[in-house]
Design a protein around this ligand. Structure first.
Ligand SMILES: [Zn+2]
Length: 269
């Protein structure tokens, strides 16, 4: 019995070590302080950052720097700029800012396109209307985003649209192996059934034309979750007022800091 107990402890320590290695091995930590030029990009573009308490701002900068270090950025016929990287990193960190140990395990590289692209990843053609993309198969590990869509997502940070954040919501959804609108890594099991019920009901309202949520959310539950998350992070007060039950579950999923309600727009003139 005693031996079994020791074996069990050793076994548990090994599985704990394996988990630690899986999540931390190869994860780079920034060595240099956050640069003034990067901070300026945050201040000029990210209302979420500007509303944070000073200690949270430092934490946010650390997470942004970590993201930029640990995922590869590639430009498709374009040079990736610091602003591209910061805005992509913000899209990734804003939704999971309350989860310091979160890793996008399914993501390896971000491909930045100068503008919207088509299914063959060509820019500037009549059918070049894709703003962002993640997926399985040949898209495994990749997130593609159009710079135009990336920038406009933050230029008007209260229009319920943010393409890059939308794509990261799909990655959050995918972390449990299924893209089904139920982020099982973030949502406690007891909320799953109510969440599916609320989603189905709202999708019916969208299809019937009775909702202020973008029609695209009616496509399926995965798109519903991504579109509603854009709305939740862009206009949390309106979202709470218009959709109190949806808001409660979204709050359970993302557990955002209360500062998201104090945001002022940093729209460009
Ligand atoms: Zn989508």
């Amino acid at each position: 019995m005693f031996d079994f107990f020791i074996l069990m402890i050793v076994g548990l320590s090994f599985s704990g070590l394996a988990f630690f290695l899986k999540t931390n091995l190869g994860w780079k930590k920034p060595r240099k302080p956050f640069s003034a030029s990067h901070r300026q990009i945050l201040e000029e573009n990210i209302s979420f950052y500007n509303a944070l308490e000073p200690s949270d701002k430092t934490q946010f900068e650390k997470r942004i720097a970590e993201f930029m270090l640990n995922y590869k950025f590639v430009g498709s016929d374009t040079q990736v700029t610091d602003k591209d990287k910061i805005l992509v990193a913000c899209s990734a960190i804003i939704p999971i800012f309350s989860f310091p140990d979160w890793r996008y395990n399914r993501l390896k590289q971000i491909i930045v396109f100068p503008d919207n692209f088509n299914r063959q990843f060509q820019v500037g053609l009549e059918d070049s209307n894709i703003r962002g993309l993640v997926g399985f198969g040949y898209m495994e590990g990749k997130l593609c985003v159009s710079r135009t869509a990336l920038y406009s997502g933050f230029e008007t940070f209260d229009d319920k649209r943010n393409t890059c954040l939308h794509e990261f919501i799909h990655l959050i959804d995918m972390e449990d192996g299924e893209v089904d609108g139920v982020p099982e890594k973030l949502l406690q099991h007891k909320y799953t059934i109510p969440w599916i019920f609320i989603m189905n009901k709202e999708i019916m309202r969208i299809k019937a034309g009775y909702s202020d949520i973008n029609d695209y959310a009616g496509t399926n539950k995965a798109e519903f979750f991504a579109v509603v998350s854009e709305y939740f992070f862009e206009r949390p007060e309106d979202f709470k007022y218009e959709h109190p039950r949806l808001f409660n579950v979204m709050n359970e999923i993302f557990k955002p800091k209360s500062s998201i309600f104090r945001r002022k727009s940093v729209e460009k003139s």
